[in-house]
Design a protein around this ligand. Sequence first.
Ligand SMILES: [Zn+2]
Length: 87
Amino acid sequence: MGLHVDRWGEGYAVFDGKQRLTGAYSNRDIALRAMDRKEDEARHAQQARNRNCLTCGGEFWSTGHGNRMCDGCRGRHSGLDARMVGG
Ligand SMILES: [Zn+2]
């Protein structure tokens, strides 16, 4: 990652190379924390890939290690109680 904090306008901003990613922050500490968040987001984006659902085995787009069930299975599980009450 080429993220860094640099002066911008009256304050500081986070840059990726020459591209500015954030607005101006009034002090450098806040800008550094914003940079940490950007790096976290980038790490999570790297973990996103197709995985096989733990429940049905079907392939689905997973946003990270904690995301192991496809939307269909998650929907079924969360909707189960309501259907049992109604049925
Ligand atoms: Zn599934």
